[in-house]
Design a protein around this ligand. Sequence first.
Ligand code: FAD
Length: 496
Amino acid sequence: MLNLRNPSPQRIVVLGGGTAGWFAAIALRRIFSPNVEIKVIESSTIGIVGVGEGGLLNFIGALNHNNIDVNEFVRETGAAWKWGFSYEGWRTGKEDDRFFHLFASQETPVSRWHERGTWPYLSAMVSQNVDLDNYVQASKLIKSNATQAQAAALVDAQNAGIIPSFHFDSYKLATYLKKVALSRGVTHLDAVVDEVVFDEKGFARELRTADERITLDFLIDASGLSRKVIGRKGMESEWVSFKDYLLMDSAIPFYMPHPQQNPMLVTRAITMNAGWMWQIPLIERVGAGYVFSSKHITEEEAVKEVEQRLGYAIKPHKTLRFDPGCHKEVWKNNVMALGLSSGFVEPLEATSIGQMLEQLLSFERVVVSSQGVVSDSAIREFNEGNLQSWIGIRDFLRMHYDCARNDTPLWQDVAKSPYPESYRALREVWQERMPRMVDVENYAINHWRGIFHPINWMFVAAPLGVLPASAGEMDLRLLTPEKRAEALRYAQEMKK
Ligand SMILES: Cc1cc2nc3c(=O)[nH]c(=O)nc-3n(C[C@H](O)[C@H](O)[C@H](O)COP(=O)(O)OP(=O)(O)OC[C@H]3O[C@@H](n4cnc5c(N)ncnc54)[C@H](O)[C@@H]3O)c2cc1C
């Protein structure tokens, strides 16, 4: 049992001042009474990872939930609208091969017609091979490279058909969140933590720096890829690796100028010989990077390939290495790992900050609803929910690699890599019918919210051919002739 009531906590420490650490500090400051000190310890010598510049569907909700003014956030972080992703070269490897995964709202006239577990207009579009982005108003602005002001006007008019999110500068975001946290009474120490001291029951009691010993009642390990607490002595936790299913294990980030007049309204994911390149358009620059498999290309070759593709020299920041996966247990006794320390799969679909915010929300629900006295089973269920959420991310990303590109050793190995059993099972039913809630709701168990809706899965599955036109046709057969005609009429209109 975790008892944060008796004795009442004096201090909660967040180890790490990246996006995860500062978001956690702001949430904790809101949850706990002013008598409890919320302290962030970070090291300016170590710094932050400096990537992670795209939010997901839950990002604006998280700002609102934490009483962060969205307009101020935009001004201070160089943020630009993000409405989804543009996938380029995933089928043929060619420049004209593009499809969109948009953050489509479930409140459009198209998605509101939901019958017998399926969405007839979407079934009709899939059956007629019509790109799904066509039904979302925002798609026109994305394709015409609209200005930020035009995009804002469409969002304000509330008929964009989109759940908007943002691209942002990760350094400016950490600085801004720090400013908000400090203004609300969070305390701060710039120091390197050398050691975590646990008591005989396995509870963290003290952090040690070169100069200080800081006692604590609860610890958030937001120490990024250095994973200072989780997985080490005192906080052992099994690592669940996804590397058999997801081959990317390295990334070289760099900045580039905008290739178009205005910042694009989507993150670009462009396939390369040994992986893919992200391009995240901010107001002043594009944050870019080559994510690759180190078994298939060296760092030097990767940089050369990017330069050949862009036509100019780049200045890589550093090379990041990762084993895609997550920790099985992220919460043990009075320690919880959050953000990169808890796990990281790869940048595709920008799931990391989104997953971190879901974890924080779930943590808040458990702590607040148990009024600080948390049972072992609640912690166990929390960990199970967290792991299942990561498994959903793994399967969603694995589907992206279920693609036709097959022209280099990496893409040939991708084609040979196995399916996780849970993804294989989805793939099998989608040969027969369209995705439904029942297919994906098992990724959100124990009161966790799911990150991706079946419509998000459709946006990727249909263009890749994981979801064939025949699946849409099969679902249309469930309808009366009149309704089927109406759905097909709409699909034909979209085709035009
Ligand atoms: C290549 C790549 C691309 C990514 N792209 C995306 C994306 O598009 N979208 C997305 O949502 N996410 C993305 N992510 C993930 C994203 O970067 C992180 O989720 C996000 O930045 C949060 O990081 P963090 O706060 O966990 O870690 P960090 O930003 O690394 O912060 C760690 C903190 O811990 C401190 N620290 C570490 N050790 C110690 C110590 N011993 N003592 C004191 N302080 C210490 C550091 O100083 C730092 O303040 C990407 C990640 C990678 C690697």
